[in-house]
Design a protein around this ligand. Structure first.
Ligand SMILES: [Mg+2]
Length: 464
């Protein structure tokens, strides 16, 4: 009897395990343009958001990482919020938003009701919902790429192809993240050179201006002949929560830009606060080295459009997980082209954020001539720490990479890693939404809301 019980338990566990795998792995097969749901039978295209899940993820780094942009912080984990959106056909989309910790713990209560029941592949509608959530102060552009992931899975195409791109290989620059002496920087970049990189980004963040100038001058003197070098001053979104940080003004930025031009650098990034529009435009107009920035403008397209028209930078670096999602960031790239400016996105978040911006860059028309950021600062910031949730981390090949060919974002989540490093803190589906509504508003009001929403759906389906 005990043996029989054990066998039954084992069988039950195996059965449950296979259900879990089907659910986690997405699921139902998707063929070009059509999701096939075996439970419904035949070819069924619906794409309605049926379930939303949120996870806190913390991937431990192999060694403490000291980001130049948060002086004094020994970063031990790569933290972000993961969103998993599942349609009623079982198609799954993912995206991720970088996080300090568990600050999005209450986000589901606004996010779930705004998304459940909506058409998952209607990007303008999703953009509208993200905008509506933002009125109260939350910036959730980072969730929008999950819907491109779904849209691509329905279409059987990678996001870069949906955006009109062609297969390509992208040149990367090794993006450092820590402050170092010139000697240690040169040593570090010699290693990157040996790995195949032909471009890199330095970091400066010293109180002593001469120390910064010496850093770029010395490094460029040794490596400038064989590597294209840029430098990030991290003044755009200065953080002084732990240690103090230098604060540049226009005169200091001008002097440093002069030094960068003399040293032959390829670009100077974030030399002034992100909203110092006037000073940025002045600096960009007179600088002999291209001025770059624009990575975290959470107002998205409208603000960056204004900055492009004012030529605040020569190179715009919107990160789609902050700057309005894929749809708005793609428009920003197109505007850069129209105005004769360059575009290359910031990617320093996590593997999913890298994938999102890689697709955009590949389709932007700038991939032939430009360089894409490859966040890489061992021993702290490694590929494993950065992309630890992906079955296939983004390993560069001699300083180059090709965007994924798979549908949507072309990434596969490593579910064992998600179980290890992630904690699901929110789930909502249609039934849970109904209960949530009854609990927070009562039966009568919930019925009224339901009736009005149904009438709106009916009206839009009859008017086309
Ligand atoms: Mg930067």
């Amino acid at each position: 009897m005990p043996l029989l019980s054990s066998l039954s338990l084992l069988a039950l566990r195996q059965q449950l395990g296979s259900y879990v795998r089907i659910w986690e792995e997405g699921a139902f097969p998707v063929k070009a343009g059509v999701a096939v749901n075996p439970l419904l039978g035949g070819d069924v295209v619906m794409g309605i958001v049926a379930r939303v899940e949120l996870y806190h993820v913390s991937i431990p780094l192999p060694a403490p990482f000291y980001p130049s942009w948060i002086p004094g912080l020994p970063q031990a984990e790569n933290r972000f919020t993961l969103i998993k959106v599942i349609t009623d056909d079982g198609v799954i989309g993912y995206s991720a938003g970088t996080a300090m910790g568990r600050e999005r713990a209450g986000l589901g209560e606004i996010l779930g009701p705004y998304l459940i029941g909506e058409e998952a592949t209607d990007i303008p509608l999703i953009q509208q919902r993200v905008r509506e959530m933002g009125y109260l102060g939350w910036h959730n552009a980072w969730i929008e790429p999950a819907f491109w992931d779904i849209k691509g899975k329905y279409a059987g195409k990678p996001v870069w192809e949906m955006l009109g791109g062609s297969p390509c290989t992208v040149q990367l620059y090794a993006s450092t993240g820590e402050l170092k002496t010139p000697e240690r920087r040169i040593e570090e970049l010699e290693q990157r050179y040996d790995e195949g990189f032909r471009a890199a980004k330095l970091r400066v963040h010293a109180f002593d201006e001469q120390e910064d100038i010496r850093h770029v001058t010395e490094t460029a003197r040794v490596l400038g002949g064989k590597m294209r070098l840029g430098v990030d001053a991290n003044q755009a979104w200065r953080v002084t929560i732990i240690a103090d940080a230098p604060l540049w003004d226009l005169p200091r930025a001008k002097r440093f830009a002069e030094a960068c031009a003399d040293a032959g650098l390829g670009w100077l990034e974030e030399p002034l606060p992100m909203d110092a529009y006037e000073d940025l435009a002045t600096l960009t107009a007179l600088s002999r080295v291209p001025i770059a920035g624009g990575e975290l403008h959470s107002a998205g397209l409208p603000e960056l459009k204004m900055m492009i028209e004012r030529k605040c930078y020569s190179i715009f670096q919107p990160d789609a997980t902050f700057t309005g999602g894929i749809a708005q960031s793609f428009e920003i790239a197109a505007l850069c082209r129209q105005h004769g400016l360059a575009y290359t996105p910031h990617t320093w978040t996590n593997g999913i954020g890298f994938a999102i911006n890689l697709h955009l860059f590949a389709a932007s028309g700038f991939a032939d001539t430009g360089l894409l950021e490859y966040p890489y600062n061992p021993p702290g910031w490694t590929v494993e720490g950065r992309d630890g949730l992906l079955q296939k981390p983004f390993q560069h090949q001699q300083g180059k990479i090709s965007p994924p060919d798979g549908p949507g974002l072309g990434i596969d989540i490593d579910h064992a890693a998600l179980r290890k490093y992630g904690r699901r803190f929110f789930v909502m589906d249609k039934v849970r939404l109904a209960w949530y509504s009854i609990r927070t508003r009562g039966i009568a009001l919930s019925r009224e809301i339901n009736r009005i929403k149904k009438a709106k759906k009916q009206a839009s389906s009859t008017t086309g």
